[in-house]
Design a protein around this ligand. Structure first.
Ligand SMILES: Nc1ncnc2c1ncn2[C@@H]1O[C@H](COP(=O)(O)OP(=O)(O)OP(=O)(O)O)[C@@H](O)[C@H]1O
Ligand SMILES: [Mg+2]
Length: 296
């Protein structure tokens, strides 16, 4: 009896959180690095099921860097990265689309379906959901006078998110699972960083939370110590002093944009921690890094 009472008490502790998030939208970016373990993928799917059962609208955006890398290696296609983004020629773009839309997306949809929710896999081309354009990257290197223009090939950036299809799916209790591939007016296909898509989707939906699941505990400072909570001004200095490198650069950029678009809080956390999503949403102290517009 004592045991059951303790269990009931524990369940009641979740009531304030369920109340806070019921009817709200949460966008979860599932990083390619965080989804390589099957047991973790199952736990991820069950966490999403729980969120849906308590009335939260969940949208998943996924990456797939390691999976793309593996396939490119098998096909002997070399890749280089600039500022955390993969330089994407036409042959690479074909592989990116095949792996992301054809395989990774369907694997996540399948895992979610198995956990009891109905998931629908989409690429940004479906319903013209993601309007993209070629990314123009300009780097200002103090060592050179002229800015350096980098051609990233078929790397795109989000121009606009049409949320109609997402809303239609959420209304009928489907979990949209979005692969970060988009098209432009001319029918070109672009490889878009998944964090950028997640940030833009969260902003367009005015999501309550954007959760970025990755393969590190969160944002680390120069001494590799986890930073628990940051606001926009403190994040900007991390860019300037070079604390943020590689894949963390587009991640934090998109987080800032999402906050500016009205997302209340962005959380960067370790996708390798079992039940990490629940820890971040249903407890007061998450385990990763939270980003807010301005600290209270
Ligand atoms: N200051 C920092 N704090 C934490 N991680 C950092 C920092 N600077 C750079 N990183 C790197 O950023 C990486 C996370 O970005 P990465 O793009 O590799 O993964 P992802 O976005 O989760 O997956 P995917 O790109 O496949 O969707 C970390 O593994 C870490 O090596
Ligand atoms: Mg990344």
């Amino acid at each position: 009896m004592k045991n059951i009472q303790a269990q009931a008490k524990l369940l009641m502790e979740f009531l304030p959180y369920i109340r806070k998030f019921k009817g709200e939208t949460i966008v979860i970016k599932y990083g390619g690095h965080a989804m390589t373990n099957e047991a973790l993928q199952k736990a991820f799917a069950l966490n999403i099921a729980l969120l849906q059962y308590v009335g939260i609208n969940v949208v998943v955006v996924h990456g797939g860097g390691p999976q793309i890398g593996k396939m490119l290696e098998q096909l002997n296609i070399n890749s280089t990265f600039r500022q955390g983004l993969r330089v994407t020629d036409d042959a690479t773009m074909n592989v990116v689309e095949m792996v992301l839309v054809g395989r990774v997306n369907k694997e996540i949809v399948n895992a979610l379906n198995q956990s009891g929710v109905k998931a629908v896999g989409l690429s940004g081309k479906d319903g013209q959901m993601i309007k993209a354009r070629k990314m123009e990257m300009v780097i200002h290197n103090p060592a050179h006078q002229a800015p350096e223009i980098i051609d990233l090939g078929k790397v795109g950036e989000v121009m606009f998110i049409d949320t109609k299809l997402i809303h239609a799916l959420l209304r009928d209790s489907y979990v949209p699972v979005i692969a970060p591939v988009g098209g432009d007016e001319e029918g070109e296909t672009y490889n878009i960083n998944a964090d950028a898509v997640a940030g833009a989707v969260a902003g367009a939906l005015k999501a309550k939370r954007l959760l970025l699941l990755t393969d590190v505990a969160g944002i680390m400072d120069k001494d590799k110590k986890l930073l628990n909570s940051l606001d926009i001004s403190s994040v900007l200095s991390l860019f300037e002093d070079g604390t943020l490198q590689g894949g963390m650069i587009p991640k934090v950029k998109c987080a800032l944009e999402a906050l500016q678009d009205g997302v209340e809080k962005v959380i960067i956390t370790d996708g390798r921690v079992e039940n990490g999503i629940l820890l971040e949403l249903f407890t007061d102290h998450g385990v990763g890094t939270e980003l807010v517009r301005k600290k209270a």
